[in-house]
Design a binder for this molecule. Structure first.
Ligand code: IPE
Ligand code: MG
Length: 185
């Protein structure tokens, strides 16, 4: 009988598995409204989907899964929803961390995490620290993320590195190194 390991290797070899998949989370609220439930129930259901997707990605050998979880623009949502989302983030990391460890999943973050409220920030950083030893799927959460901010931060870091005499042109490689996604394919 073929072992699970052999089967996974076979799947990976025979199919064209992307090394990185990114998902923009959306429609949680609409899902809930259709069912006559509060928006937060939709967010909770979103987490169930994410759990399944994470497991499947790990199983078929996707290396990176990025979830656009909370954008910089999302701060403009009603305060009660923002705080419910932050609480859900804390709760979810706490609940899922053992499973992430069991499944060899490494947690990472992109976005201005330093601007998150203390509890989600600390929880996230601890999750990253604890799962750093894992070598399977890397699960990247985009939190307080904005593409424009990412580009601006990269440019500002480069400006700081360059002195006035340095007239060399910026290369794609150097720019890429300053993005949150440095090291991520
Ligand atoms: C995505 O679902 C969750 C987050 C952005 C946090 P939405 O909350 O955007 O759900 P809809 O778009 O209102 O249905
Ligand atoms: Mg939406």
């Amino acid at each position: 009988m073929i072992s699970e390991e052999e089967l996974k290797t076979k799947i990976t070899k025979s199919r064209n598995i992307p090394s990185h998949i990114a998902i923009i989370m959306d429609g949680n609220g609409r899902w809930a409204r259709k069912k006559g439930l509060p928006r937060i129930s939709g967010h909770k259901e979103g987490i169930n989907s994410v759990r399944e997707i994470t497991r499947a990605c790990g199983e078929i050998g996707v290396n990176f899964l990025t979830l656009y979880t909370f954008s910089q623009e999302n701060w403009r949502r009603p305060r009660i929803e923002v705080s419910a989302l932050m609480n859900l983030l804390v709760e979810t990391i706490r609940k899922e961390i053992d499973e992430l460890m069991d499944n060899n999943v490494r947690l990472q973050v992109i976005g201005k995490i330093e601007e998150l409220p203390e509890r989600p920030r600390v929880e996230m950083l601890e999750g990253i620290k604890r799962t750093a030893v894992n070598s399977g799927l890397t699960l990247v959460l985009a939190l307080n993320y904005s593409g424009r901010t990412e580009i601006l931060e990269a440019v500002n870091k480069i400006l700081l590195m360059k002195n006035d005499e340095d007239k060399s042109e910026l290369t794609e490689q150097l720019f890429e190194k300053q993005l949150y996604t440095n090291g991520i394919p």
